[in-house]
Design a protein around this ligand. Sequence first.
Ligand SMILES: NC(=O)C1=CN([C@@H]2O[C@H](COP(=O)(O)OP(=O)(O)OC[C@H]3O[C@@H](n4cnc5c(N)ncnc54)[C@H](OP(=O)(O)O)[C@@H]3O)[C@@H](O)[C@H]2O)C=CC1
Ligand SMILES: N[C@@H](CC=O)C(=O)O
Length: 804
Amino acid sequence: MKVLKFGGKSLANGKGILTVVDIIEDKVKKGEQIAVVLSARGNTTDELENILENAKDNLSYVEQLEAFKKYQVSDFVNVDFVNEFETLDKLFEGVSLLGDYSKRIKDQVLSQGEVLSAKLITQLLQEKNINANFTDSRSLIITDAQFGDAQPLDKLSKDNVIDHFKKHNGTTVNIVTGFIAANAKNETTTLGRNGSNYTASLLANYLEADELQNFTHVDGIYTANPDLVQDAIKIEKLSFSEANELAYFGANILHAKTIIPLIEKGIPLRILNTFDHKNDGTLITSKSSEKGIKSLSVLENVALINLEGRGLLGKAGVDARIFRALAHKNISVSIISQGSSERGIGFIVDADQAKEAKLVLEQEFEADFHKQDVSVISIEKEVSVISIIGQDLSTFHKPYNALIKNQIIPLLFNNTVTGKNVSLVVQKAQLHRALNVIHGEIFEISKKINLAVFGHGLVGGTLIDQILKSAKQIEKRKKIKLNVFAVANSKKVLLEKNGIDVDWENKVKEVGEPYQLKDIVNYANDNHLENLIAVDNTASQDFTNNYLDLIAHGFDLVSSNKVANTLSFDFYKQLRSALEQNQKQYLYETNVGAGLPLIDTIKLLHLSGENITRIKGVFSGSLSYLFNTFSQEDRLFSEVLQEAIDKGFTEPDPREDLCGNDVGRKLLILARELDLSNEFVDVNIHNLIPENLRKGEATEFLNSLSALDSVYQKVKEQQKPNHVLRYIGDLWGDLSQEKGTLDVKLISVPQSSALGQVKGSDSIFEIYTESYGDQPIVIQGAGAGSAVTARGVFGDILRLTEKR
Ligand SMILES: NC(=O)C1=CN([C@@H]2O[C@H](COP(=O)(O)OP(=O)(O)OC[C@H]3O[C@@H](n4cnc5c(N)ncnc54)[C@H](OP(=O)(O)O)[C@@H]3O)[C@@H](O)[C@H]2O)C=CC1
Ligand SMILES: N[C@@H](CC=O)C(=O)O
């Protein structure tokens, strides 16, 4: 014999109820011996509770009751609900007259839900010529008189069940009401939370069933609630003790008490999906899995009570007083945490008992308040408890660090000493994101990194294409899922929580929306996106005004834009202190030397105590290309310059290169890496643009490039033989002082020198240090170009994902 249990969602009008009838019919036709236990249909129980409250408060409820009846009858014309509807009419009328109701009355009201459900299914099966027998569990399950949460009396109930199933056996399919029972006086009682599941497992136990099949609206038990964690995985098999842990810690399919009758008889429990026949669900047996399972479960509808006071320090018996007072009112405490100094204790109670708990404690500690030994007894209602089942403290730092990096600071946490559980209390508003962050850390599935890309021009656009192209490989190799959820230019943003696709450029144009930064921050929050990184591929100073806000809202930063690092030294420090305060990272390797590993090398040398005495070289890829080509070939200066622009080597406004600002910025960035506090005005810059071309729009300048030809032709011709022009940056002086000397200038060098041999758009950096003496460390390679720069930005993103 198998016991089948169907939940409320499976029995709702429409597809649900018809599928349930099909499942039962199918099993009967296959000759399987089954008993069926049913919950009330759809939202029936909530509806009845609601009508009851309205009747009690003397609000009009008749219309609601009629709608309720209409739902129950639906299209099922042959079914006779006269008795049940009359009972409900009378009960609600009485409650309305009295203005109150007892738990006993409530049980009578709610019980009608299961009766209506079982009567209907019986009728529908009979119409299909199945020998279905409506079975009111009040004649089977006998309980104590604790209305609302009655305890079954095993011996009596078992005898009743066995007798009934002996009488109605063979081809009969008993359709049993779940949840409801009766006390010794034959008054209706109910079995409390998860009552229908409890009825089913009691029946399975008494009848020594082969299996209990619990039909729900989900495919089985998941590593986390799939409604909250998209990447949650179905658990194929688990043991009763693992299921018990899950049930205790709030997995909403199971409740601990429903499992015990199954454990007692070793009856397997299968969690199945009514709406997906092909799925095998989750099988729960007495056998433990080898690796042990891990799962996240959540307790909602809880409140955190906090009791604090200096007078609690070292005083014996305070905890005993708290728990005695609470126990007296039948208030159960779950998670508890106490500081070693005993100045405060926090604990979790059911939300609907929180007010009473506070009141009880205020009474208990009244005298201590007067003596100012207790200063605070507060309730925090907007909290949830996450339990990581299967987690011990040896690896707990992983999810914990990930939470902190995502700005989720648990209010309290505790662990079990022998078992493997860690529970955390978090703000309710952060629950969704917290679950995803923990889930990404503890399971061997991909960790999601959510990227907002600002600027999709040459560098930004190339970066997005590179990410989309390599995302699958990276996910496979490194278990990191790169999800670009926002792409923005100066006017519009495209937002896609599940990540943009190859058609992103058209979409930005077609469905992109005007935005402010807060829209993107809110979007990330509303969609509970974790592991946030903002990537700045603009050249905009305005955009850098957003950095502090982004950091405060939990974003790490990656930037090819050099501006933020070259604003005032005060801002430079402010930015770093905001990063430290918020435990955020900022990577900008491409700020100097595009994709070359320069900043990292300098940082490491400096950190290791190596004294850097000078950094000199060709810092600009575009100006390198310009002067290398112009010195070598007999061509017009303007023609070669235009080529550098066309190849994407220059800044969005090429005057930034030619006026020396770009090299000046790079030099300043390196100086600041060495802890020098130079300002941009300290950089001595040789501006390559003649005075008369410096003002006006960029387009005007681009139209008059030929005006540069005669100027630079002359400079070229005035050189010594076998010399070439190079535009260099030079950081020198006593670098142990507060400031160094920073020069940006055009020089003529022998063609055979290291600088003279630089080719194409290569940059070259000579790093002189005390240990290396006259022989500098040389870093040379492509110093500009969208592909190498985007690759460098990509590298920074991946480096950040590893730091998370
Ligand atoms: N090219 C190279 O070799 C290297 C470049 N870099 C740096 O890369 C950055 C990007 O250069 P590049 O791709 O050539 O520039 P582009 O001009 O091609 O692209 C700039 C992008 O930024 C957007 N943008 C401008 N202002 C804002 C703003 N306030 N908010 C949001 N988006 C904005 C632009 O949008 P819109 O079209 O609406 O203006 C555009 O999409 C620069 O900072 C540059 O210094 C660094 C190393 C090497
Ligand atoms: N315009 C810059 C680009 C890289 O920073 C350059 O030419 O080097």
